[in-house]
Design a protein around this ligand. Structure first.
Ligand SMILES: [Zn+2]
Length: 255
């Protein structure tokens, strides 16, 4: 029995032909129906099935912020849950602005979905915009969050602690910031964006700086734009040797 974090997608809004938008999932073989999705800017459930996930095991959805490349697959996700063996409504955790956006996404299809009997509903759980705010507490995951630095868009990074004590952190979209250092402190794995240096985003080297400051065991880079990657990756490895590029569909054993 093992717990995993899965890289369902590793790209930026536009990326290489083999990378979709960045989406994650957490799962644990010993806890059926406890799997969590993080963001759905693409066909999250197709990607979830590609790593061996079952639709009925989805316990909830965490939305980090309201940008289209992190949220726009929501109506499709809900349609798939409705058509599958999934039971019950879907808890969705996010900041108030993100939940409002999610609701509007679903309302756009209301003239269609109103006639779909048994369509699951979103059960919104608002996350407080402060460091240490709780996102999810059902075993085996205890997930907390903190606001990160993504321009004017309210956005959180995550610290997912497995009941074994293992810790995975996720920066989400952000410029390098102390909040991610704190979220990842002493963790086993930091998944950090590397969209490129600039407002609201980070370069590979900047992500490596954060990983080194946090003292994590390993850094995996996601939200990757198109273009050459080996040279910036080598520069990042000079800062933090345990750095790798995220690979589409890769699963990491957490515990
Ligand atoms: Zn964004």
């Amino acid at each position: 029995m093992s717990a995993y974090v899965h890289l369902l997608g590793t790209g930026a809004s536009i990326s290489d032909p083999h990378r979709t938008t960045t989406m994650l999932a957490f799962s644990d073989d010993a806890h059926p129906r406890s799997s969590l999705l993080v963001d759905c800017g693409g066909d999250a459930l197709q990607r979830w099935q590609s790593v061996g996930g079952r639709l009925r095991d989805i316990a909830g959805l965490i939305l980090t912020h309201r940008h289209p490349d992190h949220i726009s697959g929501l109506p499709l996700l809900m349609e798939k849950l409705w058509l599958s063996e999934h039971e019950g409504d879907l808890p969705v955790c996010g900041y108030a602005e993100t939940l409002d956006q999610a609701t509007r996404c679903m309302e756009a299809f209301a003239p269609v979905t109103a006639e779909w009997e048994g369509m699951p509903e979103l059960i919104a759980y608002e996350v407080e915009q402060q460091p240490g705010a709780t996102v999810w507490t059902d075993a085996p995951w205890h997930i907390t969050s903190a606001p990160v630095s993504h321009g004017d868009t309210p956005t959180f990074g995550l610290r997912a602690a497995h009941e074994s004590g293992a810790v995975v952190a996720y920066s989400c979209d952000t410029a390098p910031c102390d909040a991610v250092v704190d979220l990842a402190e002493g963790g086993d794995l930091l998944i950090h964006e590397a969209n490129g240096a600039g407002p609201g985003h980070s370069s590979m080297v900047e992500a490596a700086d954060v990983a080194r400051a946090a003292g994590v065991a390993r850094l995996v880079l996601v939200h990757l734009p198109p273009g050459p990657k080996q040279e910036p990756l080598a520069a990042a490895c000079d800062v933090f040797p345990e750095t790798t590029l995220g690979v589409e569909g890769e699963s990491y054993v957490v515990a």
